[in-house]
Design a protein around this ligand. Structure first.
Ligand code: AMP
Length: 215
């Protein structure tokens, strides 16, 4: 199973991808996570990407496609992939087709999470994750049960993304509208797109995605 999750920042792609990994035993390929890891490790790619990410702009197509290529090369062929945050431009969508063919895969479905942009700003600016296990939380909508303690692993360390401030979030949405949303027709022509209401609860969005994938 090879699936793309598409939607603006904060639509719930990461949350749903995590769940699909647990549920179907497939691998999440998030270029955002890979780039953040590269920034943290101080690699040449990370050094190049950091300022671009902090501004909410797009890192070059070549860099992100090379990251995906390396991940696919290292994965067993029968392990499914869920692409989260990639592709983000038409050039990346075309490159992904070549990469899938190169690695003996084919795209099964593109799931678009449809959301209301104003609600997203609220969602994103309140979100944080456990620094230990990556569980996602939100100041208002999903706080930890015990203040300052992760429900899942008990860690007391949390982190927030530097690009999750309102100004950068609005810019990231504009980039989504101008660069990423236009790739939907490319997949529509191939009959691969399904739409899910991303404003529903996390559980309901998950149920809708499962229904699509199990159909
Ligand atoms: P994300 O975690 O998917 O929201 O990505 C965070 C940031 O990483 C984005 O705002 C971009 O700067 C960069 N990034 C992640 N994925 C891509 C991609 N496929 N193409 C270009 N830039 C990306």
């Amino acid at each position: 199973m090879n699936i793309i999750l598409l939607g603006p920042p904060g639509a719930g792609k990461g949350t749903q991808a995590h769940r699909l990994v647990d549920h179907y035993g497939i691998r999440q390929l998030s270029t955002g996570d890979m780039l953040r890891a590269a920034v943290k490790a101080g690699t040449p790619v990370g050094q190049q990407a950091k300022a671009i990410m902090d501004r909410g702009e797009l890192v070059s197509d070549d860099i992100v496609s090379a990251l995906i290529d390396a991940e696919l090369a290292a994965m067993p062929k029968d392990t499914g992939a869920i692409f989260d945050g990639y592709p983000r431009t038409r050039a990346q969508a075309e490159e992904l087709d070549s990469l899938l063919a190169k690695h003996g895969r084919k795209l099964d479905r593109v799931i678009e999470l449809q959301v209301d942009e104003e609600a997203l700003v609220d969602r994103i600016t309140g979100r944080f994750t456990c620094a230990e296990c990556g569980e996602g939380y939100h100041d208002r909508h999903k706080p930890t049960s015990v203040d300052g303690v992760c429900d899942k692993c008990g860690s007391t360390e949390f982190k927030r993304r530097p690009d999750d401030n309102e100004e950068t979030v609005r810019h990231r949405m504009q980039v989504y509208r101008s660069e990423t949303a236009p790739i939907l027709p490319y997949y529509e022509e191939q009959g691969l797109v399904s739409r899910v209401d991303g404003m529903a609860s996390i559980g309901d969005v998950a149920d809708s995605i499962d229904a699509l994938l199990d159909a």
